[in-house]
Unconditional design. Structure first.
Length: 401
């Protein structure tokens, strides 16, 4: 039996229901998203939750993954469809943005090349020391939910310059510089270097950047994006890992660098560091959503990633445009009107797209840019104030509370 023969509770194809759940959430349609989640929840619960947390990063604006991760952890302890209902309902209500997806596709996974950035050795040593000495337990459910005993038991003891620097430290400092100025090409290039060299180090460099640029606002979300990256990508080979969680983390920090950090909450029930009290909200159970017959499944479900969509001649290019236009409620951010240029130039050079797709892209790009984000004013790197590691450790403990 092929993988595509997997069937849900009422006879639907499992992959089609995954597509329906995600695309209905993009459209803010709880009835259809809830029905798809209900179909998946009995036989494919783990895969369903993986897709839900991915949607929170791929399609939703702002800080929301921490809430979805918590609902998933509660469901893992005691299976409860009300937790799935809450997660799907929240994502439907969230403002939508596909910036993280655009960034991953156009700046990270296309073999990017960075512009060289000069950074003083002392700052390379400082970010290197941070990334080497911050305990791995900072990325844990204990810290996420407020138990800091592990952090307190593992203070940052090493002083500046006590560890040797190498290429990772230089790339980490250059990544921070790029994030600070929202230089998308360089962010993608140095992320690519570090994700291939040491993914754990990359996450610590992103945490460092978040603490320096966004302060306490994003700490929990960066932690939980790392946790979900581990869950979704942990068993995959390096070339198969999805870079959406890394990309969402960087987009959040860039928004803050642009001065729009106060708007980073996806919906009004959320808080940066507190969790939703779901007892205050009555969410319609996914089991009560209107059942759909096979003939009632919306055509938008069948894109290039489904067997039926491929047979219908659907393309990756069509999907990008249709799904961007469908976002509801939409949050206009960095890339909603971008051309997808880096991705399609990369694919065209390697014979990875049809000539028809490439021609459609060439027409589309005449009025759009592949990177519409203007980098922030460049400052000399020596103007930045890097706190000593003992101060950063205190900040980290405070920001996690």
């Amino acid at each position: 039996m092929s993988g595509y023969a997997l069937i849900t509770t009422h006879g639907h194809n499992m992959f089609d229901m995954m597509s329906l759940m995600q695309k209905a959430i993009r459209r803010g349609d709880y009835e259809k998203a809830g029905y798809a989640a209900c179909e998946l929840s009995e036989k494919f619960r783990g895969a369903m939750w993986n897709r839900i947390v991915t949607i929170s990063s791929e399609d939703c604006w702002g800080v929301v993954t921490k809430e979805i991760h918590r609902l998933r952890m509660e469901d893992k302890q005691q299976k409860d469809d009300a937790l799935v209902s809450n997660a799907v309902f929240l994502l439907c209500r969230c403002r939508k943005s596909r910036d993280a997806c655009y960034f991953a596709c156009n700046f990270v996974i296309i073999d990017p090349k960075a512009q060289e950035t000069d950074v003083p050795n002392e700052y390379v040593e400082q970010i290197g020391t941070f990334c080497r000495t911050v305990p791995d337990c900072v990325f844990s459910n204990d810290v996420l939910y407020g138990d800091y005993s592990q952090l307190v038991a593992n203070p940052f003891q090493e002083s500046l310059g006590s560890t040797p620097t190498d290429g990772k430290d230089l790339a980490g400092a250059q990544l921070y510089d790029a994030i600070k100025h929202c230089n998308m090409e360089n962010i993608g290039a140095y992320m690519d270097v570090l994700r291939q060299a040491d993914r754990g180090y990359l996450w610590k460099a992103i945490l460092f950047s978040s603490l320096k640029i966004a302060g306490d606002k994003l700490t929990r979300e960066i932690i939980v994006l790392k946790l979900t990256d581990d869950i979704v990508n942990g068993k995959k080979k390096a070339e198969q890992k999805d870079e959406i969680f890394l990309s969402k983390a960087v987009m959040l920090i860039c928004y803050s660098a642009y001065g729009i950090g106060e708007t980073l909450l996806g919906v009004d029930v959320l808080d940066y560091n507190e969790f939703v009290d779901w007892k205050k909200y009555k969410v319609k159970p996914i089991g009560n959503c209107k059942k759909l017959s096979e003939s009632e499944i919306p055509e938008y479900v069948y894109d290039v990633h489904t067997i039926k969509g491929k047979r219908m001649g659907k393309t990756d290019w069509q999907m990008n445009l249709v799904e961007q236009a469908a976002l509801n409620p939409v949050m206009k951010a960095f890339f909603e009107d971008a051309s997808w240029g880096p991705r399609y130039e990369y694919k065209h050079e390697r014979g990875m797209c049809t000539q028809q797709e490439y021609d459609a892209y060439c027409e589309y790009k005449t009025t759009r840019s592949g990177n519409p984000v203007k980098p922030l004013e460049k400052k000399d790197f020596t103007d930045y104030r890097f706190d000593r590691m003992d101060e950063l450790s205190k900040q980290l403990l405070e920001y996690s509370k």
